[in-house]
Design a protein around this ligand. Structure first.
Ligand code: PEP
Ligand code: MG
Length: 325
């Protein structure tokens, strides 16, 4: 199977009836780039930058960050690189950065909320990302967005960072694309408004499932309730993609569900532009994509939307995939 999969690394990712989907990689360090590149990745759809801030005893300086991002950008030689701004809090902590003790850390002081509060910390990262944009097809993505105000707040700081760099004579791409993660139900509900503020969306299914179902994704005791194939989740996905399409906004997916072969017909039916996943998932996903018709995925999806329970959804998906086993 390994050899067969390697054989399709350079094959275009397109269904038999002509639907093209970009297959890109989620990485959290440069080490993960090798597998992505040898799998023929179309780029990095999610660079989780947390690792740069963790496992050390002080904040990474602008130059240190720029070096790390630039290294990735250059290895991608022109392919797209989406750098997500700091997503700490919740389960991710920094030893040297005092976070408050909270009753509900996942609903607490985290991610973009910290960045909009500690603007120096945020602007240092924005400057580093902007500087990297002189060396590749770099894009910025904000996590955990729940409102238009947050997007505007973040973009105002981005503009400030641009003005500073300009004044200092440092090169960057002034037209850098800006996107957001759609991973909170609030963002789904106002996706039409958010689409008018940004260049692209990426659905974060890990958090979207957690917050739609109110099921802590880290809690083993209720892990049986963490159900991505829930009728409510399917509706969230459909609403988001339809809002993106109505507004001409590029729509990707970067949660675990993007790399799940069983979910692929859902993404084909919804007609998403990009799936970003762990590098090891790229070739298995591409293999299925090469034999899965978008038209058949659409009829399956119509059936899935009629299902009242997750069990029915699983049954329907199993039956559909059986033709490939
Ligand atoms: C997500 O929430 O789906 C996601 C991709 O981000 P993370 O897993 O880093 O929270
Ligand atoms: Mg997330």
């Amino acid at each position: 199977a390994g050899q067969r999969l390697k054989g399709i690394a350079q094959v275009r990712s397109v269904t038999p009836d002509g639907k093209v989907i970009e297959l890109s990689a989620n990485i959290s360090s440069i080490k993960e780039l090798d597998v992505a590149l040898s799998s023929g990745t179309s780029g990095v759809g999610l660079f989780r930058t947390e690792f740069l801030y963790m496992d050390r005893n002080r904040l990474p300086k602008e130059e240190e960050q720029t070096d790390v991002y630039r290294n990735v950008a250059e290895q991608l030689s022109g392919r797209s690189l989406i750098i997500r701004t700091l997503d700490i809090g919740g389960d991710k902590h920094l030893d040297y950065f005092e976070l408050p003790e909270e009753e509900n850390p996942f609903l607490g002081y985290r991610a973009i909320r910290i960045c909009l509060d500690k603007t120096d910390l945020f602007k240092t990262q924005l400057r580093a990302i902007l500087r990297t944009s002189a060396y590749g097809e770099v894009k910025i993505m904000y996590p955990l967005i729940s409102s238009v105000e947050e997007v505007r707040g973040a973009n105002a700081l981005l503009e400030e960072a641009k003005r500073e760099l300009q004044a200092e004579g440092i090169a960057f791409n002034n037209d850098i694309e800006v996107g957001i993660m759609i991973e909170l139900p609030a963002a789904v509900m106002i996706a039409d408004m958010l689409a008018k503020e940004v260049d692209f969306f990426s659905i974060g299914t890990n958090d979207l499932v957690q917050f739609t179902l109110a099921v802590d994704r880290m809690n083993d005791q209720i892990s049986h309730l963490y159900e991505p194939y829930h009728p409510a989740v399917l509706r969230m996905l459909k609403m988001t993609v339809e809002a993106a399409k109505r507004n001409g906004t590029h729509i990707g997916v970067c949660g675990e569900l993007a790399g799940d072969v069983r979910a692929l017909p859902i993404w084909l039916a919804l007609d998403v532009d990009e799936l970003s996943m762990s590098a090891h998932a790229i070739l298995p996903i591409k293999e299925r994509l090469l034999s899965l018709r978008q038209q058949d995925s659409r009829s399956l999806f119509d059936d899935l939307m009629q299902c009242r329970t997750s069990a029915e959804i699983h049954e329907s998906l199993n039956a559909f995939h059986r033709q490939f086993d």
